[in-house]
Write a protein that binds this ligand. Structure first.
Ligand SMILES: [Fe+2]
Ligand SMILES: [Fe+2]
Length: 281
């Protein structure tokens, strides 16, 4: 999908998109045009990468869910949330592998990054309370939604092949090379926010059938991310990573990691779309 190192073409497409944005963004786009002289400018790159992630998160499956969730059958919902659980559950495991990799290949400028990983892992693990771990909150949210809408807890299905591939390959990436892992982490964290926004929008279409207490159980998983936490995960990385990419080799590795993770995510969404949306209710 994306050719490694094809950043110049991406920048051109990005500038085209930037020209059509709102007044606030026009100011930004002028800034981008000036900075275009210098292709390694951090903010341009981060904005560009976020743009790629947002496009991948705005996929066929999540758009259908966010706009037509009330049309989805129990089986469609079950496949969707089962595969999402397989994907979201190991987030903390991926980050722990990444942290280990940073510690095992320690360089003096990694400390701030290590702190950001530890903070992110702590968020994911519920800051010491297993019942507040994000994996646990997602299951609770999905169960409550399923019982409210369909009358039963969702049925756990086996992971699709594309889901299993995403998991296996991303565990390899997160234990490979610190700079490849860093690119993948930026892909993961910039994709998370738009993904969660679509997921929450779909669930919210049924807000009216839930009591406030039940809705708290459905929405809490989203609340703990959309309150700025998820944005912080991405912005912490934006503040730290660019100064670390101080050689062409490191930059290439970072780009490889980002592209690989984006491609795995695209494959995951395509697999899920065909399993869920091709299925008759
Ligand atoms: Fe999370
Ligand atoms: Fe995150």
């Amino acid at each position: 999908m994306i050719k490694n190192g094809d950043y110049w073409m991406r920048a051109v497409r990005f500038l085209d998109a930037a020209r059509s944005w709102s007044v606030h963004d026009i100011r930004f786009s002028e800034e981008v045009i000036v900075l275009d002289e210098n292709m390694t400018t951090p903010n341009r790159t981060f904005r560009e990468l976020s743009d790629v992630s947002r496009a991948v998160a705005s996929n066929h499956l999540l758009i259908d869910w966010s706009e037509n969730s009330e049309q989805w059958s129990f089986h469609q919902y079950s496949i969707y949330v089962s595969n999402m659980a397989f994907r979201l559950g190991p987030t903390v495991a991926r980050l722990r592998l990444g942290l280990e990799l940073l510690k095992n290949n320690f360089e003096s400028d990694f400390q701030e990054l290590i702190d950001a990983f530890e903070h992110n892992i702590s968020d994911e693990a519920g800051n010491g309370d297993a019942k507040k771990s994000h994996a646990h909150l997602f299951l609770k949210s999905s169960r409550t939604y399923s019982v409210g809408v369909y009358g039963f807890e969702f049925q756990r299905t086996s992971p699709l092949d594309t889901t299993a591939t995403l998991h296996a390959e991303s565990m390899k990436i997160f234990s490979s090379n610190p700079y490849v892992m860093l690119g993948a982490t930026v892909a993961q964290e910039t994709h998370a926010l738009p993904q969660l926004e679509h997921m929450f929008k779909g669930a919210s279409r049924k807000r009216d059938i839930f009591s406030d207490e039940q809705w708290h159980d459905v929405s809490h998983f989203y609340d703990v991310h959309l309150d700025g936490t998820e944005l912080r995960h991405a912005e912490d990385l934006n503040d730290i990573v660019w100064s670390l990419l101080n050689t062409r080799e490191k930059e290439n590795k970072f780009n490889d990691g980002f592209d690989s993770f984006i491609e795995l995510q695209s494959g995951y969404w395509a697999g899920l779309a065909s399993a869920v949306l091709d299925r008759k209710p």
